[in-house]
Design a protein around this ligand. Structure first.
Ligand code: BLA
Length: 487
């Protein structure tokens, strides 16, 4: 969409939120020609803040040459929230949204005149807490607690994105009188793709006050580029009107979100609301929160890797037990069948079927017509599905010799559950306009999910592939041993 196009529910996923043409009104923006330092564009409130007109004036005149030089030096840094320059009781941030354009954003210094030592103490304490969190869940609870203490927000929670991009609230610290969000699910469209992408460029999104309208840039088109300014690297970027309405409908008056990333994936957010008016989170606190987000992301990655390797270890032990059984048996079929629970535990299944040369053995819970199901397997690849309504209900199949109809197949029972949506999601074709109307509804909505089994994890699928190849090796070795005996 072109900048300035009105947005509604039909086009908001294409809203150009990097170029909103204005900023949040608690700060001011100056855009200068970097070669002359002449201010060519400014937020409408800048003249009031500096008590003079600013267009056509040199940045040096407003901020002193020394400050401007330092700002220019910092303009290429990656994380604007982490390094403002304090001047004239303002925090100043600089970046270059386009070649030859220097943008300076100015923001009031917070009323908390804490000493540097105090912030260092706060950071040290927060990082210490996160560093020794024993699990992902505990890590997120601690992060939510620390961010709430630092910001004074009424509610802070951790939000995890599921594979289909919808989110679920997995930890929450809040004012006691508020209703809980914990456990609620939110549709993917609440945070459209372009808003997610921004979190990789700018890890923290701070919305000071949903009631104060944005201050427009004047002129709205940058005279140097002929385009609307890209404010994505700044800290003041005006908020999408759709999102402002969303926050108002939730009763929120201010909001802040911090990215949780693992590699190139947005894992989730640490997010907070205030409900009792504007909440100014000063630079030092935002910087600390951004660091918390970075450390949390690193810890997430480490803990997830640890969880995967623990699971791999458990499954490997079960595979060994199965292989020992097979080695002690006269045939693979008997060995696998005798392994019983251990065979199921190789991938966390509820049941299994083994068919070798038309002989069939069943373990645990298996579906009705296993023979027909096995006949339907025609690929030599390992195959997994969590669909429980179709012809392959909750199946994980490791074909041994497809042409002869030899397979090991594991089954998972149907996993019926209720998802508590915070509001009726778009994907369910419920009249979803409701929630963005001024009287929008956030009534929870329970969806009963049927026809699925719990999905097979990558580690579990790899485990059966591993078992299959170990069986292959075993067969060859045994054939060689037999041949040697017969020779
Ligand atoms: C941004 N949407 C966001 C953000 C969050 C959410 C956390 C980041 C900005 C912030 O911290 O406020 C979603 N907020 C939530 C959720 C909860 C919450 C799930 O409090 C749950 C407790 N929003 C819509 C629809 C559109 C939309 C239908 O519901 C349009 C497609 C847009 N959301 C939207 C946009 C942004 C956004 C454009 C970016 C706002 C900006 O950065 O200017």
């Amino acid at each position: 969409l072109e900048p300035g196009t009105p947005v509604d529910l039909t086009n908001c996923h294409r809203e150009p939120i990097r170029t909103p043409g204005g900023i949040q009104a608690h700060g001011a923006l100056l855009a200068a020609d970097e070669s002359t330092l002449e201010i060519v564009q400014a937020s409408a409130n800048a003249a009031t803040i500096f008590n003079r007109s600013v267009l056509g004036v040199s940045l040096n005149e407003l901020l002193t040459a020394e400050v401007v030089e330092q700002l220019q030096a910092s303009a290429a840094d990656a994380t604007p929230n982490l390094r403002p320059l304090r001047t004239h009781m303002l925090d100043a941030y600089a970046y270059r949204p386009a070649e030859g354009v220097l943008v300076v954003e100015l923001e009031p210094v917070g009323s908390r005149t804490a000493s540097l030592t105090r912030y260092q103490d706060e950071i040290a304490r927060a990082l210490g807490l996160l560093q020794d969190a024993p699990s992902v869940e505990e890590l997120l609870w601690r992060a939510a607690r620390v961010v709430r203490e630092l910001t004074g927000s009424d509610r802070v929670w951790a939000y995890r994105f599921e594979p289909d991009d919808h989110g679920v609230i997995v930890a929450e610290e809040k004012r006691e009188d508020l209703d809980a969000f914990l456990g609620l699910h939110y549709p993917a469209s609440d945070i459209p793709p372009q808003a997610r992408a921004l979190f990789f460029q700018n890890r923290l999104r701070f919305i000071h006050d949903v009631e104060t309208s944005a201050t427009p840039l004047e002129p709205i088109v940058n005279p140097l580029t002929g385009e609307w300014l890209d404010l994505s690297r700044g800290v003041l970027r005006a908020v999408s009107p759709i999102h402002i309405q969303y926050l108002k409908n939730m009763g929120a008056t201010a909001s802040m979100s911090i990215a949780l990333t693992t590699g190139d994936r947005l894992w989730g957010l640490i997010s907070g609301h205030h409900y009792s008016g504007p909440l100014f989170v000063p630079h030092e606190v935002r910087a600390t929160c951004e660091l918390i987000g970075i450390v949390c992301s690193m810890q997430l990655q480490a803990l997830e890797a640890l969880e995967v390797s623990r699971r791999q270890g458990t499954l490997a032990t079960k595979r060994s037990a199965v292989l020992d059984r097979v080695a002690a048996s006269s045939s693979i079929l008997d060995g696998l069948a005798a392994a019983g629970e251990d065979l199921l535990a190789v991938c966390g299944a509820d049941g299994a079927a083994i068919r070798i040369d038309d002989e069939l053995r069943l373990i645990g819970e298996t579906p009705g017509d296993v023979t027909a199901l096995l006949d339907g397997l025609t690929s030599a690849e390992v195959f997994a599905t969590d669909d429980h309504a179709g012809e392959m209900p909750g199946v994980l199949a490791a074909p041994l010799a497809v042409a002869r109809g030899n397979h090991i197949v594991w089954f998972r029972r149907e996993y019926v559950r209720t998802i508590e949506w915070a509001h009726a999601p778009k994907s369910l074709a419920i009249k979803e306009v409701d929630r963005l109307n001024p009287d929008g509804s956030f009534r929870t909505w329970a969806e009963s999910v049927e026809g699925e089994s719990k999905p097979w994890s990558t580690v579990e699928v790899e485990s059966v592939a591993e078992l299959r190849s170990a069986l292959g090796t075993f067969l060859i070795t045994r054939a060689e041993q037999l041949a040697a005996l017969n020779a």
